[in-house]
Write a protein that binds this ligand. Structure first.
Ligand SMILES: Nc1ncnc2c1ncn2[C@@H]1O[C@H](COP(=O)(O)OP(=O)(O)OP(=O)(O)O)[C@@H](O)[C@H]1O
Ligand SMILES: [Mg+2]
Length: 319
């Protein structure tokens, strides 16, 4: 038993866009181009990488907000206790999947209906999925407001999203997500729009909730320091592909792929006298990785530390 909650194989999402206003030619953007990863029950996997590398597209394809181009996604159905492919499950299976797979977005203001009260916003998923007795739902809202630290709950129930702060709004989105008791939550840069001082309290809240409610996260961020704080393992994404995936400390202490090394070398150090060299991509090193095992997409260098063997050289632009 490998304890996997999610298994993703060769996930691909391509977009077709026209190459100019008057052009009939179509161009394909390979936003996500063959991802393989697993997420174990109770763990947080970080997905890090620069802007435009395909993190949000991965998230949206995973939780069925956008249809994937190809690939398989399997999840552990908590009812049947079996890994099931989301393409093969029936409507009941899809409902179970949607209930157990939730997403928290970067901008809480956009994801909350401004015309609804906090109570209605948080209660809506229970109404949609018809969870619990109607009379108990308000009590469930009060309870979850307490869980996410919005106390006393009575002060928030009848307020509207514009009447609370950004940090409180993100707590409302977390409450709305967790009231469903999902097994798996995808967080897409949930704290990047918040004030630094509030960021850490939201991150702590999410870590505590993961432990208490037994939730696994796919935690998307472009910030390695945040990933280190939040994640058990980290996958580094570059141009639609994962280039390296390992336990958090393994990855940060012993990065193998030249792109990971560059990313780590760009983390700011809070010491103005410290002059850090920016890592230059070493192409010999990259060649060695690629030639080592040309048949496999990733090689395991031990302790489940995987490095990509595909050629990404053409994408690196030295600056
Ligand atoms: N609906 C779409 N149509 C066409 N191209 C798209 C669409 N959505 C995303 N893309 C393209 O796919 C690539 C990946 O975008 P994505 O939003 O997944 O990046 P990201 O890693 O989340 O970036 P960021 O850190 O800036 O949020 C980009 O080149 C983007 O322009
Ligand atoms: Mg994004």
């Amino acid at each position: 038993m490998n304890n996997n909650l999610i298994e993703v194989r060769d996930l691909v999402k391509h977009f077709e866009v026209s190459s100019g206003i008057f052009s009939r030619n179509k161009k394909v953007i390979k936003a996500v181009d063959g991802l393989d990863f697993d997420i174990k029950a109770g763990e947080t996997l970080g997905l890090v990488g620069q802007s435009g590398c395909g993190k949000t597209t991965t998230a949206r394809s995973l939780c069925l907000l956008d249809p994937k181009t190809s690939g398989t996604v399997k999840f552990l159905n908590p009812d049947t206790k079996k890994m099931e492919s989301i393409d093969e499950i029936d409507d009941d299976g899809k409902k179970i999947f949607r209930r157990n797979m939730q997403m928290i977005f970067q901008d809480p203001y956009e994801s909350l209906n401004p015309r609804w009260s906090i109570k209605d916003i948080i209660k809506e998923p229970l109404d949609i999925h018809n969870i619990g007795a109607i009379n108990d739902r308000e009590e469930a809202v009060v309870e979850i407001l307490r869980t996410v630290g919005l106390t006393p709950p009575e002060n928030y129930l009848s307020r509207y999203p514009h009447e609370i702060s950004g940090g409180q709004r993100q707590r409302v989105s977390i409450a709305r997500t967790l009231i469903m008791k999902p097994k798996f939550v995808i967080c897409d840069e949930p704290t990047s729009m918040l004030d630094v001082s509030i960021r850490i309290s939201i991150m702590d809240l999410m870590l505590n909730l993961a432990k208490d409610l037994d939730v696994s996260y796919l935690y998307i961020t472009h910030d390695l320091a945040v990933a280190r704080y939040m994640c058990n393992r980290i996958a580094v994404m570059f141009n639609g592909k994962i280039v390296e995936i390992a336990n958090t400390e393994d990855l940060l202490q012993n990065p193998i792929h030249p792109y990971t090394k560059r990313l780590i070398s760009s983390i700011p150090i809070p010491d103005p006298s410290y002059k850090r060299e920016r890592y230059q991509i070493n192409y010999d090193e990259l060649d060695k990785i690629i030639s080592k095992n040309p048949d496999k997409k990733m090689i395991d260098i031990g302790n489940e530390h995987f490095v990509a063997t595909h050629d990404t050289k053409e994408y690196f632009i030295e600056s």
